[in-house]
Design a protein around this ligand. Structure first.
Ligand code: G
Ligand code: G
Ligand code: NA
Ligand code: MN
Length: 253
């Protein structure tokens, strides 16, 4: 595969970069954290989205090096922003392939140490499916990460296994309500009730709730009324370049 070979060179050639999407507090209307989202500027094919290359990276194991690069770059950026703005936390998406590496926890610790980044300022986003593939083993990994002190969040909640028998056993800090529930939560009573119930479930288990893909003011108001903690989405900002993100930070100073 052509892309597979190119991907191996992409980090060295500086072709990967991160965009940052604000996570907005529904109480204050301000953002103190962001999710880092990877992009690839391919010399021949131009901008490639992760949907098109994460699978290839996972199959060819480049995801390991790429994932470490993402975490390290995001931590470096976080520490710069913490210095100059009221900004606290960065979230990265981590592939199950990487989470299953025996060295993963040590790698996380090394990156935190290198950047002198407080563990609680790094959030690790993961999907349900990898946890449920082998709950006993993977919950042990999560517990080790929890011990380091990083924050753990469950991405796209409600779309995969949604195993209610497991959710209470996971050492999670944050549940992210998938965009598919947010899309129609204003017009469809059932989706509204699902959103309400996820928020209550998460809160009852001591978790913070983040809504994804919020595009309208009506959705934002509904989430605020239901007590959701934070939201992400085009309503506030799409994933932004470093320069665009800093403009937003300056605007809310
Ligand atoms: O940013 P965008 O909507 O294009 O992201 C598409 C998908 O790629 C999402 O599922 C997102 O979680 C995933 N993704 C984005 N950045 C990263 C990354 O740095 N690492 C991994 N493993 N997945 C990512
Ligand atoms: O799987 P994950 O939740 O990490 O993916 C996040 C993806 O959702 C990113 O690719 C990001 O670009 C996209 N995204 C973020 N906010 C919105 C939004 O309001 N609308 C749409 N359509 N996509 C969004
Ligand atoms: Na994510
Ligand atoms: Mn998500």
């Amino acid at each position: 595969h052509e892309l597979e070979n190119d991907l191996k060179q992409a980090i060295l050639r500086n072709e990967l970069f991160l965009l940052y999407q604000p996570k907005v507090c529904l109480t204050t209307g301000k953002f103190y954290s962001a999710e880092a989202l990877i992009r690839w500027r391919h010399p021949k094919y131009g901008l490639i989205n992760p949907a098109e290359f994460i699978n290839i990276a996972e199959e060819s194991n480049s995801i390991i090096e790429m994932g470490l690069w993402v975490m390290s770059t995001a931590c470096a950026q976080l520490m710069l922003w913490r210095e100059h703005y009221d900004f606290r936390c960065i979230a990265v998406n981590v592939s199950s392939v990487q989470l299953q590496q025996t060295s993963f926890c040590q790698d996380v610790l090394a990156i935190l140490t290198e950047h002198q980044c407080p563990a609680e300022s790094l959030e690790i986003e993961q999907t349900e499916s990898w946890i449920m593939d082998n709950p006993a083993l993977n919950i042990a990994v999560l517990n080790k990460l929890k011990h380091i002190g990083v924050r753990l969040s469950l991405d796209d909640f409600g779309t995969a296994y949604s195993s209610l028998s497991q959710i209470g056993r996971l050492p999670l800090d944050i549940l992210k309500i998938d965009k598919s529930f947010i899309d129609h939560c204003v017009e469809k009573q059932n989706d509204h009730m699902i959103v309400r119930t996820i928020i209550q479930l998460g809160h009852n288990l001591g978790m913070k709730i983040v809504a994804e893909g919020v595009e309208t003011e009506a959705q934002r108001q509904l989430l605020q009324q239901e007590g959701c903690d934070e939201y992400q989405g085009y309503l506030f900002a799409k994933p932004l370049s470093v320069e665009e993100f800093e403009l937003k930070l300056i605007q809310q100073k």
